[in-house]
Write a protein that binds this ligand. Structure first.
Ligand code: GUN
Length: 293
């Protein structure tokens, strides 16, 4: 029988641990962990994600701060806010929601966040620690960390002898995911839009991770029988069966048909998505403990 991986349950268990760790910090006479989220502009999907992050931070007992900036915010003003948050001892984690409006350059903004507060794990110091196999002293990007937790549920922490294919090569997901799999001893391939033979590569994968942003791209004939399939895609598509003009969220994997072939598969929604927010909370509480010494 195929295991449908329950990301909601896994996330709830992470959130429970984070909540008790946050309470312990506060009970020790120290302050609550503080998470600051900065959002620029009016993108509805980004606002929905940021709202969910703020609610979860409060649920974990954190001090939750949100800076909502207008679309026309300048690079200088955005970087000045990051500087203020860098210097604020009540702020343990800073997240600047991406993508930024087109006139802003995200890279200098991300690199201006103090690495100790970079709960997205995007600062070069944190990305570099991961790249050299230091999984202990930095902060790891939330979505790959969450996806890796789901992989570990199925395979344990040693992936020796297993082939893994990550489809997607972004700094936010594909590259750090590949490095986490490599640190766990998997034999890792990164595929992307310029790869010539993705279905062929996929058929060799014991662990297939899809993060391309194309609804239903991974088909059943890509899946090695018994493989673990982790779907990181979040695509909004029309759903006329739910009524005129309605939409639904689907992943990069054609779930119903791949489910028949896979040994384990993560659904969308309810798979990797809830893990991302849970790992953001975990990174924030880790940063708070480090700041407290
Ligand atoms: N936009 C979509 N996912 C993410 C994420 O994990 N972090 C940030 N900062 N922005 C995002």
């Amino acid at each position: 029988m195929t295991t449908v991986i329950d990301g909601k349950a896994a996330a709830a268990s992470v959130v429970a641990s984070v909540t008790s760790a946050a309470a312990e910090l506060e009970n020790a006479g120290l302050r609550r962990p503080g998470l600051a989220v900065v959002i620029v502009g009016n993108d509805p999907a980004s606002h929905a994600y940021v709202g969910a992050k703020g609610r979860m931070a409060k649920q974990c007992g954190f001090n939750s701060i949100q800076h909502t900036l207008p679309e026309e915010t300048s690079q200088e003003d955005l970087m000045a806010i990051v500087e203020t948050l860098n210097a604020d001892p009540d702020v343990d984690g800073i997240l600047v929601q991406l993508p930024l409006p087109k006139h802003l350059n995200s890279e200098p903004v991300i690199q201006s966040i103090r690495p100790e507060k970079d709960v997205d794990g995007l600062h070069i110091i944190n990305a570099g620690k991961l790249a050299v196999g230091d999984l202990q002293t930095g902060l790891i990007s939330c979505t790959p960390a969450g996806a890796m937790l789901l992989v570990r549920q199925i395979h344990g922490s040693d992936l020796s002898g297993l082939n893994a294919l990550v489809i997607g090569r972004s700094n936010l997901f594909g590259k750090p995911m590949a490095q986490l799999l490599l640190s766990a001893n998997a034999t890792v391939t990164i595929g992307h839009s310029r790869s010539r033979n993705l279905p062929e590569l996929a058929r060799q994968a014991d662990i297939l991770v899809a993060a391309v942003g194309r609804a239903g791209m991974v088909r059943a004939d890509w899946v090695k029988p018994g493989a673990t399939v982790i779907d990181v895609g979040i695509n909004r598509v029309p759903a006329p069966e739910r009524g005129e003009g309605r939409t639904k969220l689907v992943g990069d994997v054609a779930f119903d048909e791949c489910r028949e072939k896979a040994g384990a598969i993560s659904p969308v929604p309810g798979g990797v998505g809830p893990m991302t927010i849970a790992m953001l909370m975990a990174n924030t509480v880790i940063a708070a403990y480090r700041a407290a010494g």
